[in-house]
Design a protein around this ligand. Structure first.
Ligand SMILES: [Zn+2]
Length: 447
């Protein structure tokens, strides 16, 4: 089996290549990858053969759309048929360095292996723009075990000389005491959990704005990019919000920069496309659709045209005005997931639209819950909210009406809005991703 060339990932020039050079570089890496997977991965040979595509048909990035898509369901089926790593694992086990898995929010987790070469590339990319300095302390609030994002962050930070502290096993109060005592410059977690921890801090009488944090890393959920959620996090922790983004199936891929909130995707590691989630047609910059990534450097389980199920759009136009990144940027981060989209009375609704409306009202707490009930043909939506503090019945009704109007404005359909006292809705202290939508619609036909 022919291998892939070694690529200079540490070279930060890759982030600012002129568009023509970028296209040529991506095209060359894509051609190398197509030949590599066709020879080395039975999964890909079969897919190409079934699509009637030969590696020689792919001459550059303009031929990308000829390559068949791949989906998580296909990868799961392939790992079932070819356990434990699937027939898309095309490197020898003796070259592997890490054995991780997807977080399993949808379906059975995928086993994800990385060669020393691939894992080195991942750490090299972080090293291009060091986010920590020697001796600085960073606390990782969520679970680390077996997960790619936190594992890579731990090792990348350590390579920068920082002291990375995994705190996923502690309860919320102990985490806050740890932050008070160790004085980290950074903490990271999901946006939901970072808000939850602010509540616990208030209960404990800790003023989180005085903890001396420089940055708060928001990972795994789109929340950090929503203006209203972001403002709550920034104000609550008195720190800059650093968005991190990646897909375990691909690689850690990037994040925002200090002067620009879009997710900057490393163009030398992956090709980014936006496609219509129904037809699979490529969409132009500025149009929202499903994000599709092709890994163009990894030698272990490289995926071409992987359907991420995330909805976003690519920023149209020039390089990032703040940092000069010329690769694609996902504008305003991830809008939502195809799987989270609520099909409601003829419209697609993202929970993030409701989140933005709710968190834009200061008198409301951070928590919310969306329940869809009734019949498929005529469902009902109930949004449950909490006031931020104690309110009189009269003020509560006023707040409830204000929230209902904001939600109507955001999603253009009427929802029942229920307001309750602080601390009434269920809390999740696990630090993992939070599911806020309960779909209780009758599933029976004709229901
Ligand atoms: Zn930038």
């Amino acid at each position: 089996m022919s291998g892939l060339p070694n690529y200079p990932i540490l070279n930060a020039v890759m982030e600012g290549l002129p568009p023509d050079d970028l296209k040529a570089m991506q095209g060359q890496r894509l051609v190398n990858m197509v030949n590599y997977v066709y020879e080395g991965a039975p999964f890909w040979k079969k897919k190409f053969d079934e699509a009637g595509v030969k590696p020689k048909h792919i001459k550059g990035i303009d031929d990308l759309a000829k390559i068949p898509f791949c989906t998580k369901a296909e990868l799961q089926a392939d790992q079932d048929a070819n356990p434990p790593f699937g027939s898309y694992a095309c490197s020898r086990q003796s070259t592997w360095a890490r054995l991780l898995s997807t977080s399993g929010t949808t379906g059975r987790p995928l086993r994800r292996v990385f060669s020393h070469r691939d894992w080195g590339y991942i750490l090299d990319r972080f090293q291009r723009k060091p986010f920590m300095g020697p001796g600085e302390i960073s606390i990782i609030l969520g679970p680390v075990d077996g997960l790619m994002g936190p594992t890579a962050a731990m090792e990348a930070g350590a390579r920068m000389g920082a002291i990375m502290v995994p705190a996923g096993l502690l309860d919320s109060k102990s985490k806050l005491r740890l932050i008070q005592e160790m004085k980290p410059v950074a903490i990271s977690g999901t946006a939901s959990y970072l808000l939850r921890l602010l509540e616990v801090a208030a209960e404990m009488g800790i003023d989180a704005t005085t903890l001396g944090l420089r940055s708060v890393g928001s990972v795994g959920e789109p929340g950090g990019a929503l203006e209203a959620t972001r403002k709550r996090l920034e104000d609550g922790w008195n720190a800059r919000i650093a968005d991190g983004f990646g897909l375990t199936e691909i690689f850690p891929l990037g994040g925002n920069c200090p002067g620009n909130r879009d997710l900057h995707i490393a163009p030398d590691m992956a090709i980014t496309e936006i496609v219509d989630p129904e037809s699979g047609e490529q969409l132009p910059p500025g149009e929202a659709g499903e994000v599709v990534f092709s890994n163009i450097v990894g030698d272990t389980q490289p995926l071409l045209r992987f359907r991420s199920r995330d909805i976003s759009k690519i920023t149209a136009g020039e390089a990032c005005p703040a940092c000069g990144h010329t690769g694609p940027r996902l504008a305003g981060s991830i809008i939502g997931r195809v799987d989270d989209m609520i099909w409601f009375r003829g419209a697609n609704i993202f929970p993030s639209a409701i989140e933005a409306a709710v968190r834009g009202i200061d008198a409301l707490g951070h928590e919310f819950q969306i329940e869809i009930s009734g019949k498929q043909a005529l469902p009902e939506m109930t949004v449950r909210l909490e006031s931020a503090g104690k309110v009189s019945p009269k003020a509560g009704e006023k707040l409830r009406r204000q929230a209902a109007a904001a939600i109507k404005d955001a999603i253009r359909v009427n929802a029942n809005v229920e307001l309750s006292a602080p601390g009434t809705l269920p809390r999740d202290d696990s630090g993992g991703k939070v599911r806020r939508v309960l779909d209780r619609r009758a599933k029976a036909l004709g229901g």
